[in-house]
Design a protein around this ligand. Sequence first.
Ligand SMILES: NC(=O)c1ccc[n+]([C@@H]2O[C@H](COP(=O)([O-])OP(=O)(O)OC[C@H]3O[C@@H](n4cnc5c(N)ncnc54)[C@H](O)[C@@H]3O)[C@@H](O)[C@H]2O)c1
Ligand SMILES: [Zn+2]
Length: 361
Amino acid sequence: MSQQVKGVIARAKGAPVEVTTVVVPDPGPLEAVVRIQACGVCHTDLHYRDGGINDDFPFLLGHEAAGIVETVGDRVTDLAPGDFVVLNWRAVCGTCRACRKGKPWYCFNTHNAGQPMTLVDGTVLSPALGIGAFVEKTLVHAGQCTKVDPAARPAAVGLLGCGVMAGIGAAINTGGVTRGDSIAVIGCGGVGDGAIVGATLAGATTIIAIDTDDQKLDWARNFGATHTVNARDADVVAAVRELTGGNGADVVIDAVGRPETYKQGFYARDLAGTLVLVGVPTPEMTIELPLLDVFGRGGALKSSWYGDCLPTRDFPMLTELYRQGRIDLDAFVTEEIRLDEIEAAFDKMHTGGVLRSVVIF
Ligand SMILES: NC(=O)c1ccc[n+]([C@@H]2O[C@H](COP(=O)([O-])OP(=O)(O)OC[C@H]3O[C@@H](n4cnc5c(N)ncnc54)[C@H](O)[C@@H]3O)[C@@H](O)[C@H]2O)c1
Ligand SMILES: [Zn+2]
């Protein structure tokens, strides 16, 4: 028996999101229905609403979530009703080329539900990042459910499902930040502050937070930034050089994803340094760089999808560090909101004052 629940969709490019009724089918083989307890509002949801990801409207938004497994389909062996899980957008398939090469963090097999979630009139919904979690219950692949310590606060550990994990992983997994490194993070939202947390865990000694909003910079300091730069009143490249003994940073993380921030990151690196792009550009953005500088500065230009994470490895580990008080996931949650307040949360991404708004069910 399918169920009808409340969810938030983006019906058309740029149009305000709306709360509507979503039909959730019973789980098919290898699938699960999860009752969502909390879901963070990530900038990527806004990209979806604005048509910046693709045109597969209507989208069922939300993808940074924790909840309780309600039912499982056939052939699901390691998940049971009642399990507390963080949802992930990478159900590692084990059979694609990346998995067979031993690099499952590049597995990009997305889940195509046997029977998709729809609107009441039968219109098929595209779940954001293959999840769709601004909804009371959602249908996912069982491999998208990672069990974590049920004592953890859903609003906090749900953020491991996207932004915070993407940031931590961009620093540690993609950027390879290690003890004694200098790192600069451009854009200190949920993702950028995740990168700062990752750099702290890895033992970086100089952690430079860069944003255009002083409030964000204050929060970045609380997460472990040793220096802050307001990009509105400073030359970012010169400031990073000055704070790193004239060298530039070993690793720069661009957690904004615009041509101008990418260029700043490119030149703010030390020679042979690493630039990691984790912010998501939009389709019309392009970049021009002197090829001689690309050659002459050496190093690595990398992109980070989901922080090159492995949910089965990383979610329980980070939940444990949170439980021990070694990473402060609660500090990412600025406000808890209702399902009908997501549009307002998008506005606050531009007006500031909020690191993460988290929808509580
Ligand atoms: N690669 C991935 O796997 C992944 C995962 C999640 C999110 N993202 C992307 O990461 C980006 C950040 O997401 P978020 O949720 O942290 O967003 P956010 O809106 O919470 O934070 C963005 C921050 O960048 C700052 N900023 C904007 N323009 C700036 C500039 N020119 N210089 C310095 N700072 C600037 C803003 O003040 C804000 O603090 C988005 O593009 C999002 O789509 C990528
Ligand atoms: Zn996200």
